[in-house]
Design a protein around this ligand. Structure first.
Ligand SMILES: Nc1ncnc2c1ncn2[C@@H]1O[C@H](COP(=O)(O)OP(=O)(O)OP(=O)(O)O)[C@@H](O)[C@H]1O
Length: 718
């Protein structure tokens, strides 16, 4: 019976692929026949959607075929769903929409309104659907069917129902290194968040494993589908906690046929204005200081400091008369210009303020009008050299590096940061090196404060050839000294977006929020998070920061209530830790049980966890098919990783990942070993909340490894 059903579905799937092949060929042919067909009487090009019926059809199918080409090779089938409706119509649902030659839909895009019942219909509210069918495919081959009967009253004998439910089948499958789309099994509460209107702020909350990330990514695809013009031209930015996380999720959008979304780890959001890899981390304590709002004042003051060793006197001679500006006057000019301009935008204003002050000193007997005076002084080498040294362009990196000097830091941070914090901060900058994740937001703040260093272009030196003595008077010394030309220092340097989708929002520092808001001044937002997983000392402070971002914007909240990742046995244990750490924790219900309790192991030798860690990894490798994550406290990461690398053979090692709990944020592994939970708790300000993150990573099996049987973290377990 199943074979006959599969064969029936295969016939339809074959028809879809055949149609796509045909459409691609015919659209290519149309294109190669020349552009004349696309032109209207007025010789202007017709927009695609205004074309003739024939052309429109071809374009439609051609676009579908083009999008098909971008779909992930590993995707689980272009056509994945079928609805049998009470009115006897059948709709097929797929990753993209495809129509036949008569413009009738062969497949409906999953994001189209007609596909909504596929995700929302239930037996109590069947939405005119009798049977919902999920097709499982490998490439173009249908290999399985899972049905839900939603309305048995209207079902008749011809409607066969097979399978045990697509969701459970999907959840039990082993996980690979990358997240997969869930387009065939989106659940009703998830679908509501995906299809929510784009305006204002959409919050997606819920505990670990409830699909917040994957739902947010489907929402990005939905926004592009439902408002392609707005979001493709305005841009959609997806921000996650780390580069590892971005690599983990990067296939989801292409598998839905969408490639035009920018993905950035939070540490590299500012890479549109400064050079950043977004990989280097600070200690949690230093990151905490760098993330605080107190840094706004510190940076403002450090940016306004004059350059060390800048000249404190300007002396020029005009027609034999010396004109001199001294330090007080220079400082007054500086303060006045800085009250009106950013440092890097104030250079021209500073020069004209200097000329004003010099003009005021000009003795009456010098007969020059103001234009002549400005021209003569402005082209003097001494004046230009003074300006370069007194008002140099300041880069954000130079300004930040000033904080590495303890005295400078004391000067700008007194009253804002404690001595202890100043010391930590100064030490972190004194070492140099590439910017850390937290530095990204500080550099961004500085650029906002001082403006970017104007890009410079070298002027073509047409007058400076060796033979050019006859034109030498055309080339002033100032020209020689300054062959650079400013390129609009007032243009906003930031890349802005029409929609920003932010994951793991509970870990975004107030300084990072400021950085994100610069890129989304007119954007709508999707904000995803769970305060119980926050790694900040005070998760409520972060919630307040989110409220500030929302401000008065219209906002809606969607709450995800089911944990699709953790086995019920594992989540029961994790939930006790969560409640102890954060009594307000939003605990989802785990849908899947594997019948195996987590194992709480104790090392044979508490001072060396390596051998037991290797043993636990071997055990996990034999019981799970997919990945094994080893989550370590920072102090043990290197030693455990070295031990595992040397003892586990290369073939198995490919399935093993050794990370800290913070690096594991948002990720999942089939088997997880949490090494020394007590150390993990004591080594991060998020404490037990970060342990909760670690304990909720496995999809199948969990082992914990303690130094002693009386480990503190176990107390809430009873
Ligand atoms: N409707 C669904 N069908 C199939 N799999 C799903 C569904 N919803 C979620 N999942 C799976 O559940 C797992 C957890 O999803 P996801 O990582 O998005 O959760 P999360 O809420 O962001 O978790 P965390 O807060 O722990 O980062 C993923 O493997 C995801 O593919």
């Amino acid at each position: 019976m199943i074979a006959a059903e599969i064969a029936g579905e295969q016939a339809h799937v074959d028809q879809v692929y055949a149609r796509l092949g045909e459409a691609t060929r015919s659209a290519r042919q149309v294109a190669s026949e020349g552009r004349s067909r696309y032109q209207s009487d007025r010789q202007s090009y017709v927009r695609e959607e205004d074309g003739t019926g024939l052309y429109e059809r071809d374009v439609f199918a051609f676009q579908a075929a083009k999008r098909l080409a971008t779909l992930d090779a590993e995707h689980e089938g272009l056509v994945f769903g079928r609805l049998d409706r009470a009115d006897r119509q059948t709709h097929y649902i797929g990753r993209i929409g495809v129509r036949d030659e008569d413009y009738e839909p062969l497949v409906i895009d999953w994001r189209a309104p007609a596909a909504e019942p596929f995700y929302r219909a239930t037996p109590t509210k069947p939405m005119n659907v009798i049977r919902r069918r999920v097709l499982r495919s490998r490439g173009q081959q249908v290999i399985g069917i899972e049905d839900d009967l939603l309305d048995d009253e209207h079902a008749d004998d011809t409607l066969v129902v097979v399978g045990e439910g697509a969701l459970m089948a999907a959840l039990s499958r082993a996980r690979g290194a990358q997240m997969r789309d869930i387009v065939a099994t989106i659940q009703a509460e998830q679908d509501e968040a995906i299809r929510a209107p784009y305006q204002g702020v959409t919050m997606i909350t819920g505990g670990p494993g409830t699909g917040k990330t994957v739902v947010a990514l489907h929402r990005a695809a939905y926004l592009l589908y439902s408002n392609r013009r707005r979001f493709e031209s305005g841009g959609v930015l997806v921000v996650g906690p780390s580069r590892v996380f971005m690599n983990y999720i990067e296939r989801v959008l292409p598998s839905l046929g969408e490639e035009s979304v920018t993905l950035r780890p939070i540490g590299a959001v500012a890479s549109d204005v400064v050079k950043l890899s977004g990989e280097r981390t600070d200690s949690a304590e230093v990151a905490g200081i760098k993330g605080r709002l107190a840094m706004v004042g510190v940076l403002k003051r450090v940016a306004a400091l004059p350059t060390k060793g800048a000249p404190d006197i300007l002396a020029v001679t005009i027609k034999g008369e010396p004109l001199v500006l001294r330090v007080d006057q220079l400082n007054r000019i500086r303060t006045d210009v800085l009250s009106r301009y950013r440092v890097n935008q104030g250079r021209a204003a500073a020069e004209s303020a200097l000329l004003n002050a010099l003009w005021a000193l000009k003795p009456a007997q010098i007969e020059l009008d103001r234009d002549q005076f400005d021209e003569q002084i402005g082209s003097m080498a001494s004046f230009r050299m003074f300006c370069n040294a007194w008002w140099p362009y300041l880069s954000a990196e130079e300004a930040l590096a000033r904080l590495g000097d303890r005295d400078t830091l004391r000067q700008v941070a007194a009253g804002s940061l404690s001595d202890h914090d100043q010391q930590l901060l100064a030490d972190s900058f004194a070492g140099g090196g590439e910017p850390t994740i937290a530095d990204g937001a500080l550099l961004d703040e500085l650029i906002d404060r001082i403006g970017p260093v104007p890009q410079t272009e070298t002027e073509p030196n047409i007058f400076l050839d060796d033979e050019g003595s006859q034109v030498s008077e055309l080339v002033t010394v100032a020209d020689r000294l300054s062959v650079q030309r400013e390129v609009d220092p007032f243009a906003e340097p930031y890349q802005t977006y029409a929609h920003i989708l932010l994951d793991e929002a509970q870990d975004i520092s107030p300084m990072q929020w400021r950085m994100l808001r610069r890129r989304g001044q007119h954007a709508s937002w999707t904000i995803v998070g769970d305060p119980a997983q926050s790694s900040w000392p005070d998760p409520d402070e972060v919630q307040r920061a989110i409220q500030q971002v929302i401000g008065k914007a219209p906002h809606r909240e969607f709450h995800m209530s089911t944990n699709y990742r953790s086995p019920a046995e594992v989540f029961e244990l994790a939930a006790k830790v969560a409640l102890h750490a954060y009594p307000k924790a939003d605990l989802p219900k785990a849908v899947r049980s594997v019948g195996i309790e987590p194992e709480l192991r104790v090392a044979q030798r508490g001072d060396d966890l390596g051998p037991d860690a290797v043993r636990a990894v071997r055990d996990l490798l034999t019981v799970v098919e997919g990945t094994v994550g080893v989550i370590c406290p920072p102090s043990l990461l290197d030693s455990v990783e070295t031990k595992i690398n040397s003892e586990i053979d290369d073939h198995d090692l490919r399935r093993v990942i050794v990370v800290t709990a913070l690096q594991a944020k948002g990720l999942e592994y089939d088997g997880v070993l949490v090494v020394s939970p007590d150390d993990l708790v004591s080594q991060t300000p998020g404490g037990e909340r970060v342990l909760y993150v670690a304990l909720t990573r496995p999809t199948q099996r969990l082992i914990t490894l303690d130094r002693t049987p009386g480990a503190t973290w176990r107390r809430p377990l009873g």
